[in-house]
Design a binder for this molecule. Structure first.
Ligand code: GDP
Length: 204
């Protein structure tokens, strides 16, 4: 059954895009960053959290996704959409810039409270995903994994992927968690929202 989204995240609005940390909004308050391979369902997860159809753009072309996009939830809290990765068509130097801006953001952003890592449940824990978990852990930033598009596979497959990803992260990364999720069916919304609320230190 679909779970409802509280009104709090509905007020979220786009503020600005940045190429690097220098261009980012002042480093205070709370930020939660979303990261994932292209086509993993990252934009859809932001849109469903905020109950808006096109806040974060879905299915964007590679050239337009290389920026860090900032969204204001309230005066103290921001959602940050980090550039997607895994485009075959992206040249090597662009990949390098992606890595540098991401490492920079994860390492130096004081107001970063958590990273939501979106992975298509049918293609979990690819090399770049593992890097994100490692970098975040090195910076003591907790990671919450959304296994997205859960509606595309059956219950047995869902459980087996959830178990294997849980086992993997439990073994190596103390500050990580994982859940099943579907933007399409609104599955897992409550668990996702509770994690966001906790990182934003909201009592709603
Ligand atoms: P992004 O590139 O990671 O931002 O991915 P998008 O959010 O743009 O999603 C990529 C494609 O997957 C789009 O066609 C979405 O409609 C689709 N998609 C996203 N989430 C889901 C989901 O939960 N279930 C299904 N079936 N499709 C999804």
């Amino acid at each position: 059954m679909a779970e409802s989204c509280t009104n709090f995240y509905r007020q979220t609005e786009f503020i600005t895009s940045a190429q690097n940390l220098k261009q980012s909004p002042p480093d205070h308050g709370y930020e939660i960053a979303f990261v994932g391979r292209s086509n993993s369902g990252k934009s859809s997860s932001i849109n469903s959290l905020c109950d808006q159809k096109s806040l974060a753009r879905t299915s964007r072309t590679p050239g337009r996704t290389q920026l860090i996009n900032f969204f204001k939830v309230d005066s103290e809290r921001r959602i940050v959409d980090l550039p997607g990765y895994g485009y075959a068509a992206v040249p090597k130097d662009t990949k390098m810039i992606w890595q540098l801006s991401l490492i920079d953001y994860l390492e130096f952003r004081e107001c970063l409270k958590g990273v939501v890592l979106v992975m298509d449940i049918r293609h979990p824990l690819k090399e770049n995903d593992l890097q994100i978990i490692k970098w975040s852990n090195n910076s003591s930033i907790p990671v919450h994994i959304l296994l997205s598009k859960t509606d595309k596979i059956n219950k047995t497959e869902q459980k087996s992927t959830l178990d294997s990803v849980s086992k993997h992260i439990e073994k190596s990364y103390s500050q990580s968690s994982v859940q099943l999720f579907s933007s399409l069916k609104k599955w897992g919304m409550q668990e996702f929202q509770e994690k966001m609320d906790a990182w934003f230190e909201l009592n709603i």
